[in-house]
Design a protein around this ligand. Sequence first.
Ligand code: GLC
Ligand code: CA
Length: 563
Amino acid sequence: MKKEWWHGKTAYQIYPKSFYDSNDDGIGDLPGIIQKLDYLKELGIDLIWISPVYLSPCADQGYDIADYYQIDPIFGTMEDMDRLLEEAKKREIGVLMDLVINHCSDEHPWFKKACADPEGEYGKYFYFQKKRDGRLPCNWRSYFGGPVWEPVPGSDWYYLHVFHKKQPDLNWENPVLRERIYDMINWWLDKGLSGFRIDAIINIKKPQMFRDYPADREDGLCDMGTVLADASGIGGFLREMRDRTFRPHKAFTVGEVFNAKDGELADFAGEDGYFSSIFDFRQTVEGKSVDGWYAARIPTLEDYKRCCFESQREMEGIGFYSNIIENHDEPRGVSYYLPVEARNTKGKKLLAALYFMLKGLPFIYQGQELGMENMVYTSMDEVDDISSRDEYQVCLDAGLSDAEAMAVVNRFSRDHARTPFQWSGERNAGFTKGVPWLKVNENYREINLEQQRKDPGSVFTFYQKLIRLRKDPEFGETIVYGRTEPVLETESGIMAYFRESEGQRILVAGNLGQEERILEIDGADGEACRILLSNGENVKVSERGIVLEGLQVVILLFIADRM
Ligand code: GLC
Ligand code: CA
């Protein structure tokens, strides 16, 4: 496999609004990120992805862009952005921005001009249609609820939005639009970005005709997943974009790609793929339902293990997934995947090691390195996320009580991950001296960086050690490039795998349950193994096997001449 500059990196996602507020207006900002670069360095990060900071009315927290060439004043100025790039570079940290190009904001000048004349030049940047026989052009359901068609006020035109109505879809079939997008991407790359995380990209190719699909809910509408499965030809757009922008800049790109079709993995993330990497969302979609959140099931740790191994097998020999346990669209990983009795420091480290050591590029979402947890919401007044609002309504429509609907929101809300970063035990967790834009999790007195930094047994210190392993000259190569070989795969309550390369094997073994377990693994005896890391008091390796306490995880290096 051809080596790329980004293969050995550890990446970190920043949700800027909630990271650090430098001017006490309650909103995290770019100067706040600059102030915390040394912290990220201390953790061991070498690539950061910053969620959108472009000019935006913030209907979907910046994922609705009104000007791709401006920084929103809540986050700072373009000078702040330039300074961030400079300061990051000094610390050898690469910066990825979020590339939101399936749609823009309805407040973008392109859209305003388009609405004024849907049949004119700018009308072709979007999708405008009229009703046919009194009916909308098709019955697709927007991701945030309701039909994808929204009337243009004062006319009989409708425009298409697969997300919120304030996020009109850009028409990628129009080569003029594509050129403007490529110009914008190159403008940012020329500034010195290392690359992009690419938002919702699978949506840019719609099926040829706007037509109805079988309704899958009582609203008579059809899920976008079904619609997109019927689209073909996205490769033409993505290859063109890559060749015109990313490739000449040697940029790193990671696609937010849900439901790639079977057999398309190499097209998306192979050596000659459209992107450098794509996120592994297998465990994220596990248990989800087209009926909505209320009908979804939370995966067990057994499901989690199966998903990880399926993805690792699928990607072997093709490329690198980007691995996550959470992001700004998901609940906190430790609250989601760990059963209640395992939601403690030991369990959090177990989950950390199991995902971090998989083959691929590890992404840490801000606060994950502290083991930050979900909020407890008692009323919708405390919830900001538009997706949670829609799903709450879906619950009520399905006949759930308010309390039941709140329970559903508590399981899946995107706001769990968006609460301010817990820097210290001070007021507002040290995030701001003002009023935070979103409520701080009450548990900040127990879970915060200041405390964990001092504690050699903290989740934070454990993440630091995991990152260091990845960079170790002696076995880092195996962690980055080695094959993943599951072991004792059918044994329930155990998740274990080797990472193997020429002459070296590293075992990662975790006990998912509370009772002690003994693992019989060929070649594992006290002399042949070196302990690289564990979350347990002690690691017992003997002829009997590897003894794991409840929730213990170990990372063992098998010494080469004994193999
Ligand atoms: C992606 C983003 C999400 C956003 C959506 C629309 O899924 O991660 O936060 O709401 O795209 O841009
Ligand atoms: Ca601020």
